[in-house]
Ligand binder design. Structure first.
Ligand SMILES: C[S@@+](CC[C@H](N)C(=O)[O-])C[C@H]1O[C@@H](n2cnc3c(N)ncnc32)[C@H](O)[C@@H]1O
Length: 388
């Protein structure tokens, strides 16, 4: 495994920050694609990518690519792959597929065809077949079809990399950890300015910010990666990479990190997650209503995921956004706020003009990630802002 063709998957909108992360760990031949980044590297880079990348959901290694325009061609080409190199008869496996092609309609059917090819390849050679386990396979393969190009890959992560290993308690709508990390990276936080999430829910943004600022690897609390089940797993190499990355962890936090939530139940959940992430020394969290504020606050870099108002009337959501804008204008001069929100219309009531607006997906929701800059001008300027 010297020069591997790798592909890190991510969410739409995070490709550029993921590419930067890949560059920082020494990835070569980086190509930004839709919801992912292609790159090349060796086994050490594959392990490092799995251990450190904050915005990658999984890392795939291409085994083979070929052209196919029907199921028969797909099955025949897949069956020729030397599967014995990747899968032992005693191991369980599963196949995932993503399809973007007029020749193939159903990703589920594509996955089944490749599964059949693997099983038949084993049966023809050794008269036995490996078992499928879709829930917790030892080895996971991925099929990606774009038009007539088929790429078959090994999934080196198996469980999605957003499963960092620190989350115990979730609130109603926790952010995916990779999305939270991506939002912080997109926001350009300098890791020195005080970080604030005033509606922190279960604390995902706070924990990701804390890990990032202290250079704690994304996978620090995780126990298991797919590649650990492979026949060629090099435990000594992985231990060496973990030790190298862990040696970079800073004992002192370079910035204060603060979270509020108005619901005590959420503050409790956040505290639990923060404890599990061993970050309680670095994050301050309080039960506080962001709208109940009466004095000017110190400058902060704010990144937050307020409610999307799924259970609110439209008018109430408009009012919520208006109140948020007012609090930021009046009490946070000199601060920057990045807000993810799915309600475009309600955000028009914010009363501040966003200086940036980036499209992001939060699960199935099409969102925008808004940047607001609250200038610390004169009182007259502040009054003018208030009147807008
Ligand atoms: C979408 S959730 C945040 C989820 C969070 N990012 C996570 O990963 O768990 C929004 C949070 O805002 C809180 N919230 C709503 N209004 C608030 C207010 N006025 N002040 C403080 N928190 C508020 C809610 O209690 C809820 O926990």
């Amino acid at each position: 495994m010297s020069n591997l063709k790798l592909f890190a998957k991510t969410f739409a909108g995070l490709e550029s920050v993921l590419a930067e992360e890949v560059r920082n760990i020494g990835g070569k031949e980086i190509v930004i694609a839709k919801r992912g980044v292609g790159f090349s590297g060796d086994l050490a880079l594959l392990y490092r990518a799995n251990y450190t990348l904050r915005t990658a959901l999984r890392i795939l290694i291409e085994i083979q690519s070929f052209k196919a325009i029907n199921e028969e061609q797909l099955y025949n080409a897949a069956k020729k792959i030397f599967w014995f190199e990747y899968l032992d008869i005693k191991q369980t496996f599963s196949v995932d597929a993503t399809v973007n092609s007029k020749f193939f309609n159903h990703s589920h059917y594509v996955a089944l065809k490749v599964k059949d090819a693997i099983v038949d390849a084993f049966r023809e050679k050794i008269y036995k077949r490996p078992n499928v386990d879709t829930y917790a396979p030892d080895v996971k393969f991925n099929v990606h079809i774009d038009h007539d190009r088929v790429a078959i890959s090994l999934d080196s992560s198996v469980d999605s990399l957003h499963l960092r290993g620190y989350r115990q308690s979730t609130g109603g709508a926790p952010l995916n950890e990779c999305l939270a990390a991506g939002m912080i990276l997109l926001s350009g936080w300098d890791r020195k300015t005080s970080f604030l999430d005033p509606m922190c829910g279960s604390g995902t943004l706070l924990i990701e910010a804390s890990m990032m600022s202290r250079q704690v690897p994304a996978g620090y609390h995780r126990k298991k990666w797919g590649f650990m089940q492979w026949m060629n797993y090099n435990a000594a190499l992985f231990a060496k990479i973990k030790a190298e990355e862990n040696a970079r962890i800073l004992m002192q936090a370079p910035a204060t990190i603060t979270g509020y939530d108005k619901a005590f139940s959420m503050v409790r959940k956040a505290r639990m997650n923060i404890l599990m992430a061993l970050a309680d020394e670095y994050i301050t969290i309080e039960k506080r209503d962001f709208f109940e504020i009466s004095e000017v606050q110190p400058v902060a870099h704010i990144v937050t995921n307020p409610p999307y108002g799924e259970r609110l009337e439209e008018g109430d959501m408009n009012l919520f956004c208006k109140k948020m804008g007012n609090v930021l204008k009046r009490y946070y001069p000199g601060s920057v706020a990045w807000i993810i929100q799915s309600k475009d219309e309600a955000m028009k009531h914010f009363g501040l003009k966003p200086s940036r607006k980036l499209p992001l997906m939060n699960g199935p929701l099409h969102c925008k990630f808004y940047k607001f800059e609250m200038y610390s001008g004169s009182r007259r300027q502040a009054k003018q802002n208030d009147n807008n």
